[in-house]
Design a protein around this ligand. Structure first.
Ligand code: S3P
Length: 175
């Protein structure tokens, strides 16, 4: 049992939306998002951080965020950036839930959204679809390795996804 629920998985799989959904359904939980935390602490957009300081600097900010979360946060459902699974202390933060889906499902989810342009524009590692697909396959096994629970979000409805995550991540009693 973890002290938080941590949603990991590839860009565009729906980590943020699902975290907010879970928090709305379970009043014990608040939703946090590591990309939002990084943007607020630096007062810069992720895209800007990548462009001006580079990916390595962004990964260091993810590690800093992980350290803070592990030390200070409980009772949260935390959505993460697609590369957050690499932080060294991920298990100290909480139960790691991998939201798994195939690449075409993710691509459709992003490009089919009403604000597709915005969704693509804010993601520096999703500018070139072939490169993004390559990254997807490079990471596929790593996500599985780090996960306590794997949920196939492209094969289930939202109700059963939430139910699976809540029943396997948290004790039944109040935290
Ligand atoms: C990244 C995913 C992004 C964001 C950054 C890097 C990645 O978050 O953290 O652009 O390495 O996969 P989303 O997964 O929310 O798109």
């Amino acid at each position: 049992m973890g002290k938080n629920i941590l949603l990991v998985g590839f860009m565009g799989v729906g980590k943020g939306a699902l975290a907010r959904d879970i928090a709305r359904r379970d009043e014990r939980l608040y939703a946090l998002d590591t990309d939002d935390m990084i943007e607020s602490v630096t007062n810069r957009k992720i895209k800007k951080i990548f462009a001006t300081s580079g990916e390595e600097a962004f990964r260091a900010l993810e590690q800093k965020t992980a350290d803070w979360l592990a030390k200070n946060v409980t009772n949260a459902v935390i959505s993460t950036g697609g590369g957050f699974y690499k932080v060294k202390n991920i298990k100290e933060i909480g139960t790691v839930v991998y939201l798994r889906a195939d690449f075409n499902w993710i691509l459709k989810r992003i490009t089919g959204a009403a604000n597709a342009k915005k969704k693509l524009k804010k993601r520096p590692l999703f500018q070139d679809i072939e490169k993004a697909e390559k990254l997807f396959y490079e990471r596929y096994e790593a996500y599985e390795k780090v996960a306590d629970i794997i949920v196939d979000v492209d094969k289930s409805d939202i109700e059963s996804i939430v139910e699976t995550i809540l029943s396997s991540s948290l004790p039944k009693d109040p935290l």
